[in-house]
Design a protein around this ligand. Structure first.
Ligand code: TF8
Length: 334
């Protein structure tokens, strides 16, 4: 008799918990914006996120994805999230530095040597602390996706030394550190949203840009940029964000499901980005790009050249933060 009561009690409580959880998830439509096109790593990971969320919520949490900056540039979407006009997005950390200046650490050049080091820092204490800082500004930071190591393209000449950047109008992401780094390397840095970049390259408003090869491929920059120089000068992440105004209206169960789907999209995206990256070089070559790799000696020279900028921004970002970053990289390296 005793065991029967126990079994009954267990069945009952499970049912109650099940019902409670289901009732805690309401039918919702989530708008998710991103800047690259649908054929990009961003596009594939956005679709993965939407499918995963729909699956684990039993079809209740539906996500509609908008690529090609159809909901606006990264900056515009950030503002829409803060205001509560849009639910979710993915974008670069660089423009977030205007809101939480510490995100600028990822624009410091020549920090990471490998994707593995980047993963460790982003998923470790430093990366997670930075996400938490966003909440006070009205944004919930969920997970980091890989954007990747950035390389330079331009329409003028192969870059073999920093001096080759002289006179090249180079579009950079919108923050002070990126601007300082590329001006110091010798280029004429022009900050501009990504959504305006292809046209600017096509019309020669700018001569060049820098992005990971996955993006150079998916955005078809090879159509307007004959030269690709492998520099791997900086590793920049993407970050999946939610509007805090909206997030606070969700039940804990709904928040849990979104976090779970976001974690799944992170793992999917990083794997996909790395696989795509190894294939992209061949595609770019086939499409006529002239590719050169900067020598390790020249990388060392470039690194030396930008050291004053790194020193300046180490002071501005906080020497402790930059020390923590370097310590976490060292730990991952060993
Ligand atoms: C850039 C970034 C872009 C992203 C994307 C549009 O150059 O590398 O990939 O911001 O979300 O702006």
């Amino acid at each position: 008799f005793k065991t029967r009561i126990l079994v009954l009690a267990t069945v009952l409580s499970c049912t109650v918990a099940g019902v409670a959880a289901a009732a805690d998830v309401k039918p919702r439509l989530i708008r998710f914006g991103y800047g690259l096109n649908e054929e990009s790593v961003q596009g594939r990971a956005a679709r993965h996120l939407a499918q995963e969320l729909e699956k684990i919520s039993g079809g209740k949490l539906k996500m509609r994805t908008f690529g090609s900056a159809n909901l606006g540039s990264d900056e515009q979407m950030q503002s829409a999230l803060v205001g509560g006009a849009q639910e979710m997005m993915v974008g670069s950390t660089a423009p977030l530095a205007g809101m939480v200046k510490e995100f600028g650490v990822f624009d410091l050049p020549f920090l990471f040597n490998s994707e593995k080091e980047a993963d460790a820092v982003l998923d470790g204490p430093l990366g997670q602390d930075l996400l938490k800082k966003l909440e006070a500004k009205g944004i919930v930071g969920l997970v980091y996706w890989e954007n990747g190591f950035r390389n330079m393209t331009n329409s003028k000449r192969p870059i073999t030394r920093a001096e080759d950047l002289q006179g090249i109008k180079l579009r950079v992401m919108q923050n002070q550190i990126a601007l300082g780094v590329f001006n110091t390397l010798g280029a004429n840095a022009v900050p501009m949203p990504f959504s305006e970049l292809f046209t600017a390259l096509e019309t020669r408003t700018v001569d060049g840009q820098e992005n990971p090869i996955t993006t150079i491929q998916s955005s078809k920059f090879y159509e307007v940029q004959p030269y690709l120089t492998i520099t791997r000068h900086v590793y920049t992440p993407w970050v999946v964000l939610a509007s805090k105004k909206w997030w606070d209206t969700l039940s804990p169960e709904e928040q849990k499901l979104i976090r779970q789907a976001a974690a799944s999209s992170r793992d999917f995206e990083r794997q996909d980005s790395r696989a795509d990256s190894t294939k992209a070089m061949g595609t770019l070559e086939k499409n006529g790009m002239k590719i050169n790799t900067v020598t390790p000696e020249e990388v060392a020279r470039m690194r030396q050249k930008v050291q004053p900028v790194v020193d300046k921004y180490t002071q501005e970002l906080g020497p402790e933060l930059v020390k923590q970053l370097n310590d976490e990289i060292q730990k991952a390296r060993n």
